[in-house]
Design a protein around this ligand. Sequence first.
Ligand code: KIV
Length: 255
Amino acid sequence: MKKIILNKKPIICLTSYSKFFAEIADEYCDIVLVGDSLGMVYYGDPSTRSVSLNEMIRHGKSVRSGVSKAIMVVDMPYGTYKNPLSAKKNALRIIKETKCDAVKLEGGKEIIHIIKHLIKNKINVMGHIGLLPQKVRSKKDYRIKGKTLSEKNQIINDLKRIQESGVFAIVLEAVKYQTAKEVMKYAKIPIIGIGASDECDGQILVLEDMLGMFKKVPKFVKKYSNLRGYIKKAVKQYSKDIRNKKFPTKKNIYN
Ligand code: KIV
């Protein structure tokens, strides 16, 4: 696997779970992430923990067919990197089947030995610290990190250890501004923030969140569209047209 070197700033990233969204993201982003947020966003599950390796691979393949320029990263789902050997086996399967450029693992110092094993085997790895969605069982348990001194120290410690292990970038999720600022003082590799302020080297959001697909989104999301509203309007009009015999018209019929 070719080693990834990211030396541009700001680094622009979005998630994607399918070809058609990926094609659009690919035009404007440096990194397209097939996130395991897939479980919550696409399948409507209460957490990301339900996502399987097969599901990540299925969606990864779809995204691959839409990404030609950006770095494509696939999340290793919950339970697939319990030890170095299983992590390597599962990461290689993800890479072989999706042809992604890197995998992402959530966690701090407790997964250093796993990350090191992957990197030793020439697998590109992206880290993920701060709030770790795979540790959260339901939406109500999502809580900002880095509010206390001990949490802040833990995040800084995780950053130092993870970056030493050779990851090419780290996602820093949902941390207090002061903590993010402090973390950035120790960063030697690109830090991609999600709810971690503009101090970071880049930003990532879940595509559906920023498109306005959901009524409720975290404070760190900026809605750039009102997709939910547009879809609702279109579906309403469609149902009205069928009821009023306005669809299909002659234009939509095979003669
Ligand atoms: O799963 C995901 O979409 C992620 C991003 C939120 C960073 O990990």
